[in-house]
Ligand binder design. Structure first.
Ligand code: MIG
Length: 686
C-alpha cells in the first residue's frame, strides 16, 4: 500500500444548491482511478460493480420491482472502492435522502451527497475487501447468533388461514417428509389488521394451535406492520394516543394514512420511549409461544402517497427532526424496538426478527428479505445480486422470496431458485395470495422430489452454515462473498458476478436460465473439487460444469473440512448422533472451522460453545488432518464419520493420535470412510 494513493478528493467536501428544496446539498466528490471498481450500497438490483451508475437512497415500498429499479426498500450508504489491488470503504452516515454517483455524471468523478445533515463519513482502509467489510461491521455493529431453527426452511404465503389451512400445510410437510421449521402468518391472522390481535374466528385459540404445532416441530412467526388502526375501541390505538406516541404533522395534526386496516396512525419508533412501549406489546404473542416476528411496511409504506410527507415530525432520540431526516431510519428503529422488546421478554432465548426496511446497522436487529420480487428468471439473477450485495453491506442474514413473490414460477424455475437459496442465510418460500400455490409440492411429483432434495441439502449443511454465521457474528465476515472478495488481485473477478462464495470453503454458481444443463463457472485462486463428482479443478480458470436439474455448480476448496449432519424434518427433531466430516485432500495447507453451541440461548456468550479448528495438508504419499478444540460445549455425538475425498494414492494405513489402524481392504480406495472418536487430535493417512 505504501506510497499509493488510495482515494483522492476531486472537489472534496462542499455545498451545492438543491433547487428542489431551496437549500443546499452536503456534497463530496472524489477522483476515480483508472480501473477502479465500486461495490456495496445494500439492495440495489443491479450489476455488482457499480462503476458508471448513479443511485438514490430513500426506503420505498416497491411491489414487483424491476432489475435496475432504484431506490428499493433499504438504505445502506456504504460502498467499496478498489483499484490496483487495494480496497477501501466509505460509509456516509447520513440518514437524509442521499445520492451516490460512481462516474455516471462525469466518468472520472465519484460523488456522494445528501439532502441535508452533516458531511459525516468514515473512511475504512483495506487493503483487502474482506477487511473493509469486517471494519464496517465493527463500526455499525454485528449480528447476534440467531436461533438455529431460524436457519431451517421457512414457509410463508399471504396468507395461511384459517387454522385448518395451517394444519393442512403442516401435515403435508410431515407426510411428504419435506423438512420445515417455520410457518409464517401474514396479515390475515389479525382482527381487521389490528396489530397484536387475532381474528378469533380464523384462529380461535392461538396458544393451543401454536403449542400443538410445536409438537410437530413447527414454529410460528407472525407479521406486524407499523400502521395502527384508528379505532377508539382498540387498546393499542388508545394507549398510543393517550401517551402521545403517534407521529404528527408539522401543524400538530396526526400523521394519518391508509394502509391495510384503513385509516392508521403510526408510532414514532425514533422515540426511545415509543420503542420501549412497542417492545412490550409483544408480551401476549410471546406467552402464546409465537417464536419470531416479521416487521413489514416499515419504509414506512402508506397507500396512495407512498410514504409520509416530509413535514412529519419525529423525536429522533430527542433531536426533534422532520421526516426528511427520519425516513431512512424509521424501519430500522421499528426492528430495533421489536428485537429489544422480544429479547427482554424472552430473556434467555435469542430473538428472531425479520424486517423489510433498514439502514446501516440493521443487522444488529434481525434478518432482511428482499421484498416483493417476481417469479421470473431475471429475478433469480436479481436475487443473486441483491443477496451478495446485502451481505457485503453488513447484512449477511438475508434471503429472497424463493420462487418469486408475484406471479407463478414453473417447477424448473422454482427448483433453480431454491438451489441457489440453500446458500442464502435466510431461507424462506413466500408468495402472494392470488398467485396460485407455491409450496414445494405445487409443481408435480418430479419437481417435488427435487425441491425436497434441495431443502434436505440445506439441513445437511446446517453445521457448516451455522459455523459460517458464527464467523460473521465474531468478525463481521460476510457469509456470502462475491468472487472478487475471494481473489481481488485477479482481474477476472472484477466483473464476474454470478459465482459466489459461501463461508470459507464453498463456491456456488446458480443456474439462471431455462432448460440449462450446465454452465461455465469461473473458479478463483486455489484448487476446487466439484462437490458431486469429486473431480479436482485448477483455479483461475473457467470450467464448464454439468448441472442437470438435480444439481447445480457447487465447488469445495481443496483442504476443506465440511461438517454435515443427517437430514432432519426440523432443526431439533433429534439430537445429532453423528456428524460427517467431509475432508478434501490438498497439498496446500488449508484451515476450516466447525462451531457448535446450544442453538437457542445466550450461554455461548459465557463460553458454552465449541470451536474445532482443522488443518489439512498432504503430499503425494500421505495426508494429515489436525484438530484443535476450543471451548467447553458438550455435543451429543461421540464419533465423527470422516469421508476423505480426492486422495491421490491408495491408502493402506491410518494413524490416529499415533496409533495405527489397519484399513479393511474395501476401504483402500481413493475415497475413504472411517469412524473416529470426536476428540482426535491428529490423523495421518498413508
Ligand atoms: O402491501 O402483508 O412485502 O411479503 O406478504 C403488501 C402482505 C404488504 C408486503 C410484503 C409481503 C407481504 C405483504 N406485504
Amino acid at each position: 500500500m505504501q506510497n499509493n494513493v488510495i482515494t483522492e478528493d476531486a472537489s472534496g467536501y462542499h455545498w451545492e444548491p438543491n433547487p428542489g428544496y431551496g437549500g443546499n446539498y452536503v456534497y463530496c466528490s472524489k477522483k476515480i482511478s483508472p480501473n477502479e471498481c465500486f461495490f456495496g450500497l445494500g439492495d440495489k438490483p443491479a450489476s455488482l460493480n457499480l462503476r458508471g451508475k448513479r443511485f438514490l437512497n430513500w426506503g420505498t415500498d416497491t411491489y414487483g420491482f424491476a432489475k435496475e429499479q432504484d431506490p428499493l426498500y433499504r438504505t445502506i450508504p456504504f460502498y467499496y472502492g478498489m483499484h490496483n489491488g487495494t480496497a477501501y470503504g466509505i460509509f456516509f452516515d447520513n440518514s437524509f435522502q442521499s445520492f451516490f454517483d460512481f462516474g455516471k455524471e462525469s466518468p472520472d468523478v465519484m460523488s456522494f451527497w445528501a439532502e441535508g445533515g452533516e458531511m459525516n463519513y468514515y473512511f475504512i482502509a483495506g487493503p483487502q475487501l474482506i477487511e473493509v467489510a469486517q471494519n464496517y461491521a465493527y463500526l455499525t455493529g454485528t449480528a447476534e447468533m440467531p436461533p438455529k431453527w431460524a436457519l431451517g426452511y421457512q414457509q410463508s404465503k399471504w396468507s395461511y388461514y384459517p387454522e385448518d389451512k395451517v394444519w393442512e400445510l403442516a401435515h403435508t410437510f410431515r407426510d411428504k417428509a419435506i423438512p420445515c421449521d417455520v410457518i409464517h402468518l401474514d396479515i390475515d391472522y389479525m382482527d381487521g389488521f389490528r396489530c397484536f390481535t387475532w381474528d378469533k374466528t380464523r384462529f380461535p385459540d392461538p396458544a393451543r394451535m401454536i403449542n400443538e404445532l410445536r409438537k410437530l416441530g413447527f414454529k410460528i412467526i407472525t407479521i406486524l406492520d407499523p400502521g395502527i388502526k384508528v379505532d377508539n375501541k382498540y387498546w393499542v390505538f388508545n394507549e398510543a394516543l393517550e401517551k402521545g406516541y403517534f407521529c404528527k404533522r408539522q401543524d400538530g395534526d396526526y400523521m394519518r394514512g391508509k394502509v391495510w386496516p384503513g385509516d392508521c396512525f403510526f408510532p414514532d419508533f425514533t422515540n426511545p420511549e415509543v420503542r420501549k412501549w412497542w417492545g412490550g406489546l409483544y408480551k401476549e404473542l410471546i406467552e402464546q409461544n409465537v417464536a419470531g416476528f416479521w416487521n413489514d411496511m416499515n419504509e414506512p409504506a402508506v397507500f396512495e402517497t407512498g410514504t409520509f410527507p416530509d413535514d412529519v415530525r419525529h423525536d429522533y432520540d430527542g433531536q426533534q427532526v422532520s421526516h426528511r431526516k427520519a425516513h431512512n431510519v424509521y424501519g430500522m428503529q421499528m426492528a430495533r424496538a421489536t428485537h429489544e422488546g422480544v429479547k427482554n421478554l424472552r430473556k434467555e432465548l435469542r430473538p428472531f426478527v425479520l424486517t423489510r426496511s433498514g439502514y446501516s446497522g440493521v443487522q444488529r436487529y434481525g434478518a432482511i428479505w428482499t421484498g416483493d420480487n417476481v417469479a421470473s428468471w431475471e429475478h433469480l439473477w436479481v436475487a443473486n445480486m441483491q443477496c451478495q450485495r446485502m451481505s457485503i453491506s453488513g447484512v449477511s442474514f438475508v434471503g429472497t422470496d424463493i420462487g418469486g413473490f408475484i406471479g407463478e414460477p414453473d417447477g424448473e424455475l422454482f427448483v433453480r431458485f431454491i438451489q441457489m437459496a440453500i446458500f442464502h442465510p435466510f431461507f424462506r418460500g413466500h408468495s402472494s395470495s392470488d398467485q396460485g400455490d407455491k409450496e414445494p409440492w405445487a409443481f408435480g411429483a418430479a419437481y417435488e422430489a427435487l425441491i425436497r432434495r434441495a431443502i434436505e441439502m440445506r439441513y445437511e449443511f446446517l453445521p457448516y452454515i451455522y459455523t459460517t454465521f458464527w464467523q460473521y457474528v465474531m468478525k463481521g465476515t460476510p457469509m456470502i462473498k462475491p468472487l472478487v472478495f475471494l481473489s481481488q488481485n485477479d482481474p477476472q473477478t472484477w466483473l464476474r458476478e454470478e459465482e459466489f462464495g459461501f463461508g470459507d470453503q464453498l463456491l456456488i454458481c446458480p443456474i439462471k436460465e431455462q432448460a440449462s444443463t450446465g454452465r461455465i463457472v469461473y473458479l478463483p485462486k486455489g484448487n476446487w473439487y466439484n462437490f458431486y463428482t469429486d473431480k479436482l479443478y485448477k483455479g483461475e480458470h473457467e470450467v464448464y460444469t454439468d448441472a442437470p436439474l438435480d444439481r447445480f455448480p457447487l465447488y469445495v476448496k481443496e483442504g476443506a473440512v465440511i461438517p454435515l449432519q443427517p437430514v432432519m424434518q426440523y432443526t431439533d427433531e433429534f439430537p445429532v448422533r453423528q456428524i460427517t466430516l467431509h475432508v478434501y485432500y490438498s497439498v496446500n495447507r488449508n484451515v476450516s472451522y466447525f462451531y457448535e453451541d446450544d442453538g437457542d440461548n445466550y450461554t455461548y456468550t459465557q463460553g458454552n460453545f465449541s470451536v474445532r479448528r482443522y488443518t489439512v495438508f498432504g503430499n503425494r504419499k500421505q495426508m494429515r488432518i489436525v484438530q484443535e478444540l476450543f471451548g467447553t460445549f458438550k455435543s451429543n455425538y461421540e464419533d465423527f464419520r470422516i469421508i476423505i475425498h480426492g486422495l491421490p494414492f491408495k491408502p493402506s494405513e491410518f494413524i490416529i493420535d499415533g496409533t495405527p489402524v489397519k484399513l479393511p481392504k474395501r476401504l483402500r480406495d481413493k475415497t475413504l470412510t472411517i469412524t473416529v472418536n470426536k476428540s482426535f487430535s491428529r490423523i495421518q493417512i498413508m
